[in-house]
Design a protein around this ligand. Structure first.
Ligand SMILES: Cc1ncc(COP(=O)(O)O)c(C=O)c1O
Length: 401
């Protein structure tokens, strides 16, 4: 009898539909086609001068050797101050900061350090794919909780509660949220916290988009309101989106849990043995540097958001959600729109758009509940957003020719 089980755990992990679309677009671009990079969430902005200068200075000063596993002490100390000042986390010291190779690696390390085989983690559905894949790689089981447009894609406490089983170990949340751009209110975070507390669950809070917000929305870190439950909250941050440092690969985990203090250094040691030293010196300059770079980026994102939202509004059968944070527009497609466009589902539409150079991420890349949804990123430069949005509107109105 042949078994249909994968022979290796990685055989059950996807490389991601978004990666496939990106590769298709890059190939088309190399062949001379004008492409619109709406599939990827990579900020178009240059890294701030203070960061580049710090990297250069560190390199010239010979700071190119092995560094402590958990991160350069000066960076960890600056991050402990940052999370106190900006995120309102209390009592955090350098010992509670673990510098990782981006937030992606922070997810890998967190789930790896926390889960044992079969542990369930509640996640929003839709959710950026790599979260569930990282849970699976750690032997865990992601349990999706549907988000609805009618609730502004907020993560509902009653649905989270209904998804809890004896195997549930943690609730994962992400605010601002990729892919919908939803932002969790303080009240909603309080409700989630109460459920976690009542059931003895960990909270993993991915705040990679903490700085990308649109008026009047603001960001609340769940750790800041956790009180005596704070040591069961694990917070994850990144320099990729806030500081447009996506290629430098710096993120960090904040945890006050003794269990994780013992386990995380082992994973850091055996996976990366410390993040690239120069990137860490650059990150230190970014944390201490002026905030005007961040504000300027947010202003541009607001311009791009409007352009893309306008382009996706008033198209029959297409329902866009106005993002409150992050840099994505999430749309839902009615059957009438799919019929008009001659496609069975959003995944096929995404493929067709890619053929004419328009990037997108199909809903089924983010979860089971959203086969008729799509995500368009507006993190590429403003001109590309402007030009591509006109073509996108035409394609969704009139079909792809
Ligand atoms: C919700 C979320 N978390 C984490 C990450 C990882 O970011 P990075 O590894 O670049 O820090 C991303 C990237 O798109 C994301 O969307």
């Amino acid at each position: 009898m042949t078994s249909s089980l994968p022979v290796h755990y990685l055989d059950a992990i996807s490389l991601g539909k978004i990666v496939q679309i990106r590769e298709q677009l890059l190939k088309a671009q190399a062949g001379g086609m004008r492409v619109f990079r709406f599939e990827s969430g990579d900020p178009s902005f240059a890294v701030a001068d203070v960061v580049l200068e710090a990297v250069d200075k560190a390199a010239r000063a010979g700071k190119t050797h092995y560094i402590p596993n958990n991160g350069v002490p000066q960076l960890r100390s600056a991050l402990a101050s940052k999370v106190a000042r900006k995120n309102g986390l209390r009592g955090v010291t350098s010992d509670d900061i673990f510098v990782t190779n981006g937030a992606m690696h922070a997810l890998f390390v967190t789930f790896g350090a926390l889960l044992v085989a079969g542990d369930e983690v509640i996640v929003p559905d839709p959710m950026w794919t790599e979260v569930v894949e990282n849970i699976r790689m750690a032997g865990g089981v992601p349990v999706g909780v549907e988000l609805d447009a009618t609730d502004d894609f907020e993560y509902r406490a009653d649905r989270i509660e209904a998804a809890i089983t004896p195997r549930t170990r943690a609730i994962f949340l992400n605010t601002p949220h990729n892919p919908t751009g939803a932002v969790l209110s303080r009240d909603r975070l309080q409700e989630i916290l109460a459920i976690a507390r009542a059931n003895g669950l960990w909270i993993i809070s991915d705040e990679a988009y903490e700085d990308v917000l649109y008026e009047p929305w603001t960001h609340t870190s769940i750790g800041s309101i956790a009180g005596d439950y704070a040591d069961r909250v694990i917070s994850i941050y990144s320099f990729s989106k806030s500081h447009a440092m996506s290629g430098l690969r710096v993120g960090y985990i904040v945890t006050q849990a003794k269990l994780l203090h013992d386990r995380i250094p082992k994973l850091l040691r055996c996976t990366i043995n410390g993040v690239n030293s120069l990137a860490q010196w650059g990150a230190l300059a970014a944390v201490g540097g002026p905030a005007d770079h961040l504000l300027a980026m947010c202003e541009q994102y607001a311009v791009r958001r409007k352009i893309m939202l306008d382009a996706l509004t008033n198209i029959p059968g297409v329902r866009p959600f106005a993002p409150r944070g992050a840099f994505y527009v999430w749309i839902e497609l009615d059957d009438s729109a799919l019929e008009r466009l001659g496609v069975p589902d959003a995944a096929t539409l995404s493929e067709k758009l890619a053929e004419v150079g328009i990037g997108s991420a199909p809903g089924d890349a983010f979860g089971d509940s959203c086969v008729n949804s799509m995500r368009f990123a507006f993190s590429c430069d403003t001109e590309m957003v402007r030009e591509g949005s006109v073509l996108l509107r035409a394609a969704l109105n009139e079909g792809i020719v």
